[in-house]
Design a protein. Structure first.
Lengths: 407, 407
């Protein structure tokens, strides 16, 4: 048997890895309630019609050849306008690169900035790609704690304690995946200040920026007077088109970032471009009606309120209240009963017994995510009701027995 | 200034890097004839209408969420059918993964199979990503000669001489980019045999498979009785939709490849999926009318015939005859006159003086590509006529002087 690379051996992606056992159940005719994937379009959300029309229009107008590697100028200009209007941050189109989702932007950035044994400060818990891609570049992900009791706000003191001269950046994800936390202005400012002291950029993932329920998301770049910020954003979540895979990377205070940005663009040229027709449609996403955003948030707020209330009613579980994105990250208090070895076992047990699919918290951080699970709050209330009822039955049953399961 | 990674420092992509100086000329109002990029849609080719309609249909039917990481089952089934029909090779859908162009497939494969100091046999000249991505994995690209006098067929003896126990695969690109060579059945069989002896897979890039002018392209997997073959293909070229970025990877005799395929899929899951709507349209690309392929080849054959004849008439240049894809790779015989230091200088001189943009051969292999340039044969005859007239004037002028240029 031909061997796989050593580098590949550590790669796993909990969010999609849990799908395989769920598929086995579904093959047997069992209905599984999917609370695992951050895909609004898998529920009762859909891409606004004018964006679909713009996609067809782009194909008919002949935008079917390769796009520029950095993305179409008109799209980058539309992003410049949005940033000025929403965040009062000034970019030039040259500081923006369109990518195949944020995933590719992250890959390009880490490939162009990380050397072996460099360190990257990463929230704990985090979106898994930050850890995976840091390791792929032979660098070290350094998770810093986010404080569950404070709605999963980053622990700034711990960032200060853990950062060293080997650090190449501080990652924040705001609103956060997997916790749904919306970061306070104060916390963001403090993180920016630390980055300034250590002369590293803040790497700010803002893909959920307009999906908030009570407050307003504050763009990191808007608080960074002279600290470089690299922002990831995209159309997947706010514009309800995750399958189209269009993201972008923005370089703020790019003077300091010139070398990294140059390397990023050289690698970007070698991979050609993000999808041409989908890019064209995104111009209309930004320039056309924005009504769907309020409608989405209204639906999500109701579902968040219900999920938060209902999960806290279930014995053995408790959860902080998410303020943005579409996730909730409950704590499995009952872990202390010794019923399950770990949260992965809990999630699989929940799947097999209650037919509710979630993602184990350790998949987002083995240190600060364990003992939790991530659920999406995307499904309609009726589905959420059903799912949480099944979770409740399951917890009652397991807590009544308190016998460790062995499979 | 924050430093870029060491790994990124060697990255350059000649095909797109030459665009920057061309843009400078265009800013001054100078018309540049672009013979640099392998994008049929930049000339008088366009995506068939039924594929565009299928794209819109997919968006309207709600295929806007994430696709499965391995791609939609229906698309993989359509590929299975094509492979059976065209090549008499049997795949199961599980052996196929849909990717964002061949580029991503190659990235996934090399990430999952190359360890530091491994070697990969690569044609000289080659599509640059093979060299770049091998180096990115800290492995060594080992270029083997392709024989210009034999229409750029691979030098099988040299493959045999250069292969070692550190080799992890033999790459072939057929039809070839940048030379346009269509490999003979005999040569492919010999390469398959060597791979069998060394127990490594053949990595076969067949993205141009149906674009041939006289002969029929022979799929490597169809000749490999018990040797593993990993084939890259996609819709960009044959279906005239390069901007849409849909490619695929196929694992043949996957028993031996199980570990690598497993690693490939684990990494593929972490990057989510290729564009959902573009994937759906590709189902119709395979299942709908195929008339455009003959039409494309008829146009390309005429342009190939003209380019081959005309370039060989120009003093100081000579070229082999391409049989597939849409490239020609002339030799700059006049390099021996000492007019230019290298082919990069030639290409820039040609751009600035004759306003014809090509790509330096050394961008495809510093050993076996130097002293050449790559041109596309995609433009209409009128454009090709004009371009080659300008090239001829340029060569006459330079050869009359025979004075080294200094800029």
């Amino acid at each position: 048997m031909m061997k796989a690379s050593k580098r590949s051996q550590g790669v796993s992606y909990a969010i999609r890895d849990v799908i395989l056992p769920a598929k086995e159940l579904e093959k047997k005719g069992i209905e599984v309630l999917h609370l695992n994937i951050g895909d609004p379009n898998a529920y009762d959300f859909d891409t606004p019609q004018h964006i679909k029309d713009a996609l067809y229009d782009a194909a008919n107008k002949g935008y079917n050849g390769y796009a520029p590697s950095e993305g179409y100028l008109e799209l980058r200009q539309a992003i410049v306008e949005r940033e000025k209007k929403r965040n009062n941050v000034s970019y030039s189109p040259e500081d923006i690169c369109i990518t195949t989702g944020v995933t590719e932007g992250l890959q390009l950035l880490l490939n162009s900035s990380l050397d072996p044994n460099d360190e990257l400060l990463i929230p704990g818990p985090t979106y898994p790609q930050y850890t995976l891609l840091t390791r792929f570049n032979d660098a070290l992900p350094i998770p810093y704690r986010c404080i569950e009791e404070e709605g999963w706000q980053p622990d700034v003191d711990q960032i200060r304690k853990k950062i060293s001269n080997r650090a190449k950046g501080i990652v924040i994800i705001n609103p956060n995946n997997p916790t749904g936390a919306l970061y306070s202005r104060k916390v963001i400012q403090e993180i920016v200040n630390i980055a300034g002291e250590y002369q590293v950029p803040v790497i700010s993932d803002e893909i959920y920026d307009d999906l908030t329920f009570d407050g307003h998301q504050c763009a990191t770049a808007s608080l960074a007077k002279d600290v470089p910020v690299i922002t990831f954003n995209g159309f997947s979540k706010v514009y309800l088109m995750p399958g189209w895979r269009i993201g972008y990377t923005m370089f703020h205070h790019q003077g300091e970032l010139h070398e990294i940005q140059d390397a990023y663009m050289r690698i970007a040229r070698s991979r050609l471009c993000a999808s041409s027709v989908c890019q064209r449609a995104c111009i209309q996403a930004l320039r056309g009606p924005q009504d769907h955003i309020k409608q989405t948030n209204d639906k999500l707020r109701e579902r968040r309120d219900f999920s938060y209330k209902r999960l806290n009613e279930i014995e053995g579980l408790s959860t902080a209240k998410p303020d943005g994105a579409f996730y909730i990250f409950p704590k499995i208090d009952a872990m202390s009963e010794g019923i399950w070895h770990d949260d992965k076992e809990f999630v699989l047990d929940l799947l097999h017994e209650a037919h509710v699919l979630t993602v184990n918290g350790s998949g987002f951080c083995t240190t600060f995510g364990k003992g939790h699970f991530r659920a999406v709050i995307l499904p309609p209330l009726k589905t959420l009701e059903k799912a949480f009822d099944q979770v409740e039955q399951f917890m009652k049953k397991r807590l009544a027995k308190k016998v460790p399961i062995h499979r």
